[in-house]
Write a protein that binds this ligand. Structure first.
Ligand SMILES: *Cc1c(COP(=O)(O)O)cnc(C)c1O
Length: 398
């Protein structure tokens, strides 16, 4: 939309941008300030203190007492690291097609020369632990070396329960490693690396951890570490061995993303101050309020199983004949609100509301107001009253 002076409405926006995509998420002022600091010598004593502090603090966020490796990379790098550190050329991995992120992880595995056995999915459900159990039971030759699951499928807003997947491996007595992508759930949705028996947990900085993009993580079990000693996939930059050697003293084998580590230090402090249980409860509450709005609009959530609703984002189906990207364009141009686009095979069919990270009730209501006004402007069939329904939900607490 153009103003009288010919400028686009948001060419000089006032107030803040509503970044309600499911990552990158809003970076809180406290973290921005913590990063506003000169770069220091990454081989000096000041850095060593920072390194030791973040390498130990991050373990609490993964709920692990084992090592967590931190890469200066996006989440995709940590996907690759999980595979190349533990597997050998030609190995088979079992993956579940929960949505676009599972599809991308699969593509990465295939490009690395791994054989992927895929459990197909309809993009409206999570990983099927029974199907995983059947696939493992059928694998009497134990060709499957790893089971890879996306905990929170960011393309669909579906969260897969991890303990049933662990139980499936245990019931069959299959020795495959369990790898879990928590890029859009860590620090937002309850997750326990040790207790759930996960071997490699993959995460990234720019979602629940409230940081800018640029860091990613592997939490590593003793079994995964042992597997890395035998694994023959070529690796250099991603090599755990080199990382863990340097990390023992708080250092890194190459230049770390020092500025992001200042931010990580602050993010860990903020999450622990709030208490992870409270952080998880806040996300569940905002997800429920969002669904109350969606229901009142008469629209449908993509996730088909209420037991699998994501707490960190909601994907919403557009009515037949209406394009989600046209709606997103209105929200951006008129209200300076970024909504998540549909990815892969649901492109144009869904839009996504990210309600994760540094987020509160009024930010959610502002977001839902922007969506409701955009639905009206775009002529998308809906009932008004979604914002009202969310208000009713939020004011009654929990
Ligand atoms: C965002 C995301 C990724 C990709 O991470 P990048 O940082 O973009 O490489 C992978 N998996 C999930 C579940 C994600 O949400």
């Amino acid at each position: 939309m153009k103003l009288a002076n010919g400028l686009a409405l948001n060419s000089h926006p006032s107030g803040r941008h509503f970044l309600q995509i499911p990552g990158p998420t809003n970076v809180p002022d406290r973290i921005l300030r913590a990063m506003d600091y000169p770069t220091i010598d990454h081989r000096g004593p000041e850095f060593q203190q920072l390194g030791k502090s973040v390498l130990s603090g991050i373990r609490q966020i993964f709920a692990t007492s084992g090592p967590v490796v931190i890469y200066p990379a996006s989440g995709t790098g940590a996907w690759e690291a999980a595979l190349v550190n533990t597997l050998s050329p030609g190995d088979t991995v079992l993956m579940c097609e929960t949505g676009q992120f599972a599809v991308l992880w699969r593509k990465l595995a295939e490009r690395l020369g791994l054989t992927v056995e895929l459990i197909a999915g309809d993009w409206r459900h999570g990983a099927d632990a029974q199907a995983i159990e059947r696939a493992l039971a059928a694998d009497s030759a134990q060709r499957i070396k790893a089971v890879c699951v996306v905990h929170n499928e960011t393309a669909t807003g579906v969260t897969s329960a991890i303990p049933p997947v662990r139980a499936a491996l245990d019931r069959v007595g299959h020795p495959a490693l369990l790898m879990v992508d928590t890029i859009s759930s860590l620090g937002s949705i309850d997750y326990r690396h040790d207790e759930w028996g996960v071997d490699v947990t993959v995460a990234g900085s720019q979602k629940g951890l409230m940081l800018p993009p640029g860091l990613s993580f592997n939490a590593i079990s003793a079994k995964a570490l042992a597997a890395s000693k035998e694994a023959r996939m070529p690796r250099s930059y991603w090599d755990w061995n080199e990382m863990l050697g340097a990390n023992a003293n708080g250092f890194f084998p190459y230049t770390p993303a020092t500025t992001l580590l200042y931010g990580l230090h602050e993010a860990i402090a903020m999450l622990l101050e709030q208490g992870l249980e409270n952080v998880f409860a806040r996300h569940l509450r905002h997800a429920a309020a969002t669904r109350a709005a969606v229901g009142a609009w008469g629209l449908e959530v993509l996730c088909a199983d209420p037991g699998e609703y994501s707490a960190s984002l909601t994907a919403i189906l557009m009515p037949e004949g209406h394009n989600a990207d046209a709606l997103r364009k209105i929200a951006l141009e008129r209200f300076n609100l970024s909504l998540g686009q549909g990815l892969g095979k649901v492109a144009g069919k869904v839009f996504r509301i990210g309600h994760l990270g540094d987020f509160n009730d009024l930010m959610l209501l502002g977001t839902l107001c922007g969506v409701e006004m955009s639905l009206a402007i775009g002529g998308v069939p809906h009932s008004p009253g979604g914002v009202q329904a969310a208000m009713e939900y939020l004011k009654d607490g929990i």
